[in-house]
Design a protein around this ligand. Structure first.
Ligand code: FEO
Ligand code: CA
Ligand code: CA
Ligand code: CA
Length: 654
């Protein structure tokens, strides 16, 4: 049985570090933080060493770490060495054009005009996913193993496979993939997940912004927010290339030959992407059965022999939804990962991730919840926009439901949430945690919701909630500070029980805002990264919480004025036993990042001696190998993985 915290022996072994507003990573006394694997680190032994003057090219960037590190996970090669030598797989979510093009004074034609083809190719290659071997020496120093044969990049141009219900659908036919089975690239890879068979899951979040459609938009383009003017970086403006290399970013329907028809290109984005880090020849597969939206991440539920597998995922946008996927196939332990071996893991992935049921979450006011199936047979409460009875009548087949996942969830009555970000699962209890980061479009009790594009109601295809009034799970209007939810599955099918675990707030706020009673030693806002760190057989663990509340991203609030983004820790009490104020009292600040960054991506080595985090979009950091050292002047900022260890070794956090 799982011991509740408070009954158990696990205690945090550090005092809260103070808030910090410096160009350095702050850690508790007795700890040190090392910069590992910043943007631009070469994957090959003969790659160019980084310098502030290094001018990236498409070729160099394709063989170096990308920008803006986000989700990541570790994959051992030899289980006996798993805490000192493994494959690090990490996402490169988006780019800082000023830092990328610093040697030439900035990007060319960033706001108007045609972008230079090689700048666009370099930017495309700075996105995606990296597999890189890392290793620790006996002194505790970590390095990238340049030249390791596993090292590889997936970029926003790497050919990959579509899998699951959308594969082969005429809705994804393009000039480059006339049968709708393949796509070039993965984009805006935010958070992550992993599978019990040893693969990495990378999730496509803000991809709609690199595509455009100047014409009449389809409901899925409207619903997900594709620009009608210039794309985020103007990639569609570049000239040259072949096979629609740049034209594919412009999804405007044209009276053009099939050779140039890329109106469906973006429908091959918005998915959970499965990568086998052990096989450097393997393709990535977009597992479309897990839905299509701005996926933050994807986290496996408890793994039980003979039971279906569950994956939790969320859509990070204001008033969007939480989802789960349940496999048809039941878990067979013979499918478990054999670390370091090379075999067809994607065939195992196909068995668990291509067939199953996708559900959207409804959070009821009484603390219960319902999983609402998104299948052709699902009966729509109140009927569809034209009086349809089922989702199948509205969207056709499962591919149609997946491409329009959000509209399907609207029709089924899912609960609009305060921007779902990371999740994590306590593997002992099966309790699921998810951060809801903030929501400026949450309105006061009793107000009427409004809908995008002036739609009259949620049922209009292509329209979602613009604003929505508070509900039990999202109880604070104009939610500046965010909260962490948790839930557990009930025995009754498709039912769950939920509670708010912890509310973010400034220490000085009134009780109706500072509902967890945070102090200067624990105040935080905009929770984002989460990781449940189980320790030993008791089932106890530490919940690590990372934040994305930067004053430099325009979020000017009392917490942002007091401290940069941070990592916090708490030993949770079992659901139903704790309360959010006691959780707030037990919460401690473990680390603070440098100015202008967010802190994201998190795991520790199996022996818990090293905590890995990512520093994303720093403003003037790092000054060198020592993450805690601030620079004396301006440096070319680089996102980087940071490893936090105790001086002299031992388990972190305790
Ligand atoms: Fe990429 Fe929702 O964070
Ligand atoms: Ca809708
Ligand atoms: Ca995030
Ligand atoms: Ca965020």
């Amino acid at each position: 049985a799982t011991a509740a915290a408070g009954e158990g022996s696990l205690r945090l072994g550090f005092d809260s570090v103070p808030g910090s507003l410096t160009d350095a990573v702050v850690v508790p006394p007795g700890y040190r933080a090392q910069v590992l694997a910043p943007w631009g680190t070469p994957l090959d032994a003969d790659g160019p060493r980084w310098s502030d003057e290094l001018a990236l090219t498409p070729e160099l960037q394709a063989r170096a770490l990308g920008m803006h590190h986000d989700g990541m996970y570790h994959f051992p090669l030899d289980p006996a060495q798993a805490s000192r030598d493994f494959l690090l797989v990490l996402n490169h979510e988006y780019i800082d054009q000023q830092a990328l093009w610093a040697p030439s004074g900035g990007p060319a034609h960033a706001d108007e005009g045609a972008r230079p083809a090689d700048e666009v190719r370099t930017e495309i290659n700075a996105h995606g996913v990296c597999v890189v071997r890392v290793r620790r020496d006996d002194s505790g120093h970590w390095t990238v193993v340049a030249g390791d044969p596993h090292n590889r990049r997936f970029t926003s141009a790497t050919p990959m496979e579509l899998a699951g219900p959308v594969r082969g659908s005429d809705r994804v036919h393009t000039a480059w993939s006339p049968d709708g089975t393949r796509v070039r690239g993965t984009n805006n890879n935010c958070a992550c997940g992993y599978t019990p068979w040893g693969t990495y899951l990378s999730c496509e979040e803000n991809w709609p912004e690199v595509f455009i459609n100047r014409g009449t938009q389809t409901p899925d383009q409207q619903r997900l927010g594709m620009p009608a003017g210039r794309g985020r970086y103007g990639w569609e403006t570049a000239r040259g290339g072949s096979e629609g290399e740049f034209a594919r970013f412009d999804n405007t329907p044209r009276a053009a030959s099939a050779r140039e028809d890329y109106r469906n290109e973006a429908r091959a984005f918005g998915y959970v992407v499965e990568i086998d880090p052990y096989d450097s020849e393997s393709s990535a597969f977009k597992r479309t059965a897990l839905g299509r939206f701005r996926h933050e991440g994807c986290w496996p539920g408890r793994v039980v022999e003979g039971e279906p597998l569950t994956f939790y995922t969320g859509h990070d946008a204001r008033n969007e939804y939480i989802y789960k996927f349940v496999s048809d196939k039941r878990w067979d332990p013979r499918d478990a990962n054999r670390p370091g071996e090379r075999y067809d893991r994607q065939a195992i992935g196909a068995r668990y991730l291509d067939e199953g049921t996708l559900y959207a979450a409804r959070f009821n006011a009484d603390g219960s919840g319902d999983w609402l199936a998104l299948t052709p047979e699902s009966e729509i409460p109140g009927g569809g926009p034209a009086g349809e009875r089922t989702l199948g009548e509205v969207f056709g087949d499962q591919a149609g439901i997946i491409i329009n996942t959000c509209d399907a969830a609207d029709l089924m009555g899912a609960t609009p949430m305060d921007r779902p970000e990371w999740g994590t699962v306590d593997p002992g209890s099966g309790e699921v945690y998810m951060s809801l980061t903030n929501n400026s479009d949450r309105t006061a009790e009793g107000t009427e919701p409004t809908f995008t594009d002036g739609a009259a109601g949620i049922g209009a295809l292509g329209a979602g909630f613009d604003t929505a009034p508070v509900n039990a799970a999202n109880p604070r209007p104009d939610n500046d500070f965010g909260q962490v939810m948790r839930w557990r599955e009930e025995d009754e099918p498709h039912r769950f029980a939920w509670e708010v675990f912890l509310f973010g707030a400034p220490a000085g706020a009134d009780d109706d805002i500072n509902r967890s009673g945070l102090t200067e030693a624990s105040e935080f806002a905009s929770p984002d990264g989460l990781w449940f760190d189980q320790r030993g057989e008791s089932g106890e663990g530490i919940l690590w919480i990372e934040t994305d509340n930067g004053i430099d991203k325009g979020r000017d609030n009392a917490v942002a004025r007091a401290t940069n983004d941070q990592v916090l820790a708490v030993v949770p009490e079992a659901m139903g036993r704790g309360d959010t104020r006691r959780t707030g009292q037990q919460l401690r600040r473990f680390a603070v990042g440098p100015n202008a960054c967010e802190v994201t991506g998190i795991f520790a080595t199996p022996d818990r001696s090293a905590l890995f985090i990512n520093i994303q979009h720093p403003g003037n950091w790092p000054a060198g190998d020592d993450a805690t050292r601030a620079s004396e002047g301006q440096v070319r900022p680089r996102a980087a993985t940071v490893v936090i260890q105790k001086e002299g070794g031992g388990a972190i956090g305790v």
